[in-house]
Design a protein around this ligand. Structure first.
Ligand SMILES: [Zn+2]
Ligand SMILES: [Zn+2]
Length: 393
């Protein structure tokens, strides 16, 4: 079966309104996520990365008790339409580089993630909250995940903001004694497959694309398409490690739109545009917030032949598309899910809903005809304005 999965979604609040991810929208509750994924975005699998927090576990247990979610036989939960995987994002310090990075662990069942959460609890400051820094070595954490029956991934692997390659090491072997126990790398918003392939150390890992959503709007802005023999955690794990089933494609933002695509100097308010990696500010010589592109280029070994990969299909999420404001979004909602709008709806269908100008914009994005002003330093890139009557912002 064809599975469209976004496996990195935060919880803003529990169903009782208690904060989980403080910086995330309070509308990011389990119920709203399931509804948005199915009806608004068109995904059939979501991963919750705050599912080891006691408040979220309690919500999940309540949803199973009242029949909204049913456990799948091979692991995972399902509403019947949308499936849900239980994940946990944590931050691990790396002593040698003095950096720290985010990692993700996913578990097949509520009892398994509960056990992991219990074993993690003595090593974090506030287990009720999202993405805690753990007082364990990278190896100790990885051992804990494997022993608890989990799957470990590197989150947004290339970003300067807590990505393992972006902020800590050039080889995962510098961080873990058994790096082969990491099952995949999340590309993050500012990188794509072609960029990641330039780093030979990444070649043995699967690449996956997920949104890292802190709001309902951003769910599905990146997703991975799998071909699985059935919907289950076991089937997903087998596809990830190349045993059975497969990853068909990564869909995500054009990397220039990402928040850390190029290096940025906060003093000069300058985003690098040079065609070589920028590691210090070209204007004042000061330190930069390293860009993902700049970091990747400085680790690149383009002569090493990369393995064949599923395609990376870049897109422009509707909320980053110029000319598409809240009113247009509302008009488009009646037409189908965001994935259908970005990929499938015809010009005539789109034009009927939002007029020809905006419809052309969506089609041009689909055809890869838009130009971008790259993001950097935590600011998203933008689509270069395309002048046409009927486009407002
Ligand atoms: Zn993170
Ligand atoms: Zn500067």
């Amino acid at each position: 079966m064809r599975v469209l999965a976004d496996l990195h979604i935060h919880i803003g609040r529990t169903l009782a309104g208690r904060p989980v991810k403080i910086t995330a929208s309070r509308r990011l509750t389990l119920i709203n996520i399931l509804h948005t994924a199915e009806k608004v975005k068109g995904l059939n699998l979501v991963g919750i990365v705050d599912a080891a927090c006691p408040g979220v576990i309690a919500d999940l247990e309540a949803l199973v008790d009242n029949g909204v979610l049913k456990p799948l036989s091979g692991g995972g939960l399902s509403t019947g339409k949308t499936s849900l995987f239980l994940g946990s994002e944590i931050e691990i310090a790396h002593a040698q580089s003095r950096g720290s990075a985010h990692f993700l662990a996913y578990f097949p069942t509520i009892p398994k993630i509960k056990k992991y959460a219990q074993r993690l609890e003595p090593h974090v400051t506030n287990p009720d909250l999202s993405t805690q820094r753990i007082q364990l070595s990278p190896d100790q954490w990885l051992e804990l995940v494997v022993e608890s029956g989990g799957v470990a991934l590197a989150a947004h692997a290339f970003t300067p903001h807590k990505g393992v390659y972006g902020n800590c090491v050039a080889h995962l072997g510098e961080m873990f004694t058994q790096p082969q126990l990491i099952s995949g790398l999340e590309l993050g918003l500012s990188a794509d497959t072609e960029m990641a392939q330039l780093i030979p150390d990444t070649h043995s890992y699967s690449y996956i694309s997920s949104s890292d959503a802190h709001s309902l709007d951003n769910i599905g802005r990146e997703f991975t398409v799998y071909d699985l023999p059935e919907m289950s955690f076991a089937a997903w794990r087998a596809a990830l490690v190349g045993e059975n089933g497969r990853i068909c494609a990564n869909h995500g933002m054009a990397p220039a739109l990402g928040k850390y695509h190029r290096s940025f100097c906060p003093v000069c308010d300058l985003t690098a545009a040079e065609e070589s990696p920028i590691l210090k500010c070209p204007k004042c010589g000061g330190p930069v917030v390293l860009g993902v592109w700049d970091r990747v280029m400085s680790l690149a070994a383009p002569d090493v032949l990369p393995p064949a990969r599923p395609p990376y299909v870049p897109h422009v999420p509707l909320n980053l598309m110029p000319g598409i404001g809240p009113k247009s979004l509302q008009q488009l909602e009646g037409l189908g899910t965001e994935i259908e709008i970005l990929y499938d709806k015809t010009f005539a269908e789109l034009a009927d809903a939002v007029g020809e100008g905006r419809a052309s914009q969506i089609i041009r994005a689909r055809e890869g005809k838009l130009a971008f002003i790259p993001g950097g330093g935590g600011k998203y890139g933008t689509v270069q304005k395309w002048q046409e009557k009927g486009c407002d912002t």
